[in-house]
Design a binder for this molecule. Structure first.
Ligand code: SF4
Ligand code: SF4
Ligand code: SF4
Length: 562
């Protein structure tokens, strides 16, 4: 099965990332975030499908191949018994008749596969001693062992999944050329023994394409049905006798549900060297409990439905003893995921920063359980920094700060000046206290730049900015208006006070040139002064008034205050 994310439906809520046990959902791009399932890391557990509130995770089987089989009209379909719940209210009779009508030559119910596997497990159970044997009929467990706990591979029971066992049996019966498709909740993929593996959703689609309506089929079997009775097995392929003998967990039999237990199993087997007996492990409570089989709240209903259509058990074996088919399996270790470069991971963790308690935030907003897991995924290109809220907030603050501070001089920018000017006007009106504005422009600065170069010009600008900063109070605003122009707001200051500060600044800036080693009179400033008087608030812009005064200072011969 392929799990894919439909970019049209995905709103990047990251719910799927949160539930994925193998971090197989990569998040790329900046705006918008693009999510993608990394096939190599996906263990096909199906958790992401019900987790997505927008139906954006799609599961695709090999429907093209299944269509090719039905169009030839001589293939077999192994239809898992759970189909009864998926296609309800259609009865097994309606459903199987529909499969025939769609073009399958024969339809089996997966019972033979369960029987074959159960017989093999019984054989293994009776062969003592076997130390630890892990049930291998859940593809999700097998995939997880192969990719994450390779130390457990030698302990996997050498038994294949029931669908594959049945396919081998059918070919042994009817010839190696037989085309076989399997339909299930999440059937095994890429098996050389199966020509097509499709989901029940794919089967519905196949019916549509072939123009077959399930509910319009005859209500009785149109052909003698293939074997539907069990003798040895319970659903899923464990022998009933074994389950009854070891009803409670014992030293020879352990029942485990969920992948989380694998870590402890791996430790017990490979570190503590314990013999665990037969480990009956499934990723959930069986196919009917699979995330793709429907809401967990309806599990009881699904079980009951299946129980009611299950025919009585056969007293004798339902397998044809003359048919010899292998149910063996070998499991190769899958290379572990590429490890992230530790230096890159540390760099990302540093960029994320820590919480107020000095520890990693681990807030899970990104979909990962910890900052470290996020950083590892990000280092492999599977996560985007846009997922991390604390990082984004800090970046927004930095951007705000950057917009407020002029990078060259460290003074406020025009944006801050504009906002503070509006604020001071309002405050002045309320408090009845005026304030003054100084507009400063360096004299003949272009000539200095041309003569001594831009680096020298920048040094002068920085030194002038220092001079202004030192001359004003913390409550005042010193800003760079642009180029070699500066504006200062002197709060609670009248014209007389403003003129005093302006004169001090003029003299100070004249001294800057001398300190930097320039000829006297090369670095000077002209300053225009304007006042906001709340008693007579002028209609015009205060900056314009200060600018006009500046021109008067220039006209008066520069290096002056007006
Ligand atoms: S099927 Fe499972 S492993 Fe694959 S992407 Fe979905 S949650 Fe992750
Ligand atoms: S759960 Fe995943 S696929 Fe669904 S909308 Fe959210 S991010 Fe997209
Ligand atoms: S701080 Fe960022 S990386 Fe860490 S858990 Fe929260 S969102 Fe994820």
């Amino acid at each position: 099965m392929n799990f894919v994310i439909d970019a049209e439906l995905c709103v990047a809520c990251l719910a799927c990332v949160r539930v994925c046990p193998t971090d197989a959902i990569a998040v790329a791009g900046d705006e918008p975030l693009l999510l993608q399932v990394v096939d190599d890391s996906c263990i096909r557990c199906g958790q992401c499908v019900p987790a997505c509130p927008h139906g954006a995770v799609k599961v695709n089987g090999e429907i093209g191949r299944a269509l090719a089989i039905v169009s030839q009209g001589d293939g077999v379909l192994i239809l898992s018994p759970e189909s009864v719940a998926h296609f309800y209210p259609a009865t097994p009779e309606l459903l199987i008749n529909a499969c025939y009508a769609a073009g399958f030559r024969a339809v089996t119910r997966g019972v033979i596969g369960d029987e074959l596997v159960a017989a093999e497990y019984l054989k293994l159970w009776e062969e003592e001693p076997w130390g630890t044997l892990i049930r291998s009929t859940d593809p999700v467990v097998v995939e997880t062992v192969r990719s994450q706990y390779p130390e457990l591979v030698p302990y996997l029971a050498p038994v294949t999944v029931p669908a594959v066992a049945e396919a081998r049996y059918l070919r042994a019966q009817h010839g190696p050329e037989l085309q076989i498709a399997v339909a299930g909740i999440c059937p095994p993929v890429s098996s050389p023994d199966l020509d097509a593996a499709i989901t029940f959703g794919d089967l519905e689609q196949l019916f549509q394409i072939r123009g077959v309506s399930v509910l319009s089929q005859p209500t009785l079997f149109q052909r003698v049905p293939e074997e539907r009775r069990r003798h040895l097995s319970a659903a899923g392929g464990l022998p009933l006798a074994l389950l009854e003998e070891a009803r409670q967990s014992s030293r020879r039999f352990r029942k485990i549900r969920g992948l989380d237990a694998l870590k402890a199993v791996a430790r017990a087997v490979s570190v503590d060297r314990l013999d665990l007996g037969f480990v009956d492990i499934l990723s959930n409570e069986g196919p009917l409990d699979h995330p793709l089989s429907g809401p967990p709240a309806e599990l009881y209903w699904r079980r009951e439905l299946l129980r009611t259509v299950e025919p009585p058990r056969s007293g004798t074996s339902v397998l044809d003893r003359t048919v010899v088919a292998s149910v063996g399996a070998t499991f190769e270790i899958k290379h572990r995921r590429v490890q992230a470069d530790p230096e890159v991971v540390e760099g990302i963790l540093e960029a994320i920063g820590k919480g107020p308690n000095g520890r990693p935030w681990d807030c899970r907003a990104c979909g990962f359980e910890t900052c470290r897991r996020f950083a590892e995924a990000a280092a492999l290109g599977r996560a985007s920094m846009r997922q991390c809220s604390p990082y984004q907030e800090r970046r927004a603050e930095d951007a705000q700060r950057a917009a407020a501070v002029d990078t060259m001089t460290g003074l406020s920018t025009y944006r801050v000046l504009r906002d503070r000017l509006a604020f001071e006007v309002e405050r002045s009106k309320r408090s009845n206290e005026g304030f003054a504005v100084l507009f400063l422009d360096l004299d003949r600065f272009k000539e200095v730049n041309d003569q001594y170069g831009h680096e020298a010009g920048n040094d002068i600008l920085r030194a002038v900015a220092d001079e202004i900063r030192n001359a004003v109070r913390a409550s005042d605003v010193a800003s760079r208006y642009g180029g070699d122009e500066f504006v200062v707001i002197l709060t609670r200051t009248d014209l007389v006070g403003g003129a005093r500060v302006a004169e001090a600044l003029r003299a100070g800036i004249e001294g800057v040139g001398r300190r930097l080693g320039y000829l006297p009179g090369l670095v000077t400033v002209s300053i225009g002064l304007a006042e906001f008087d709340p008693a007579e608030p002028s209609e015009g812009d205060l900056l314009v008034a200060a600018d006009r005064a500046l021109y008067r200072a220039k006209a008066a011969g520069r290096n002056a205050v007006a």
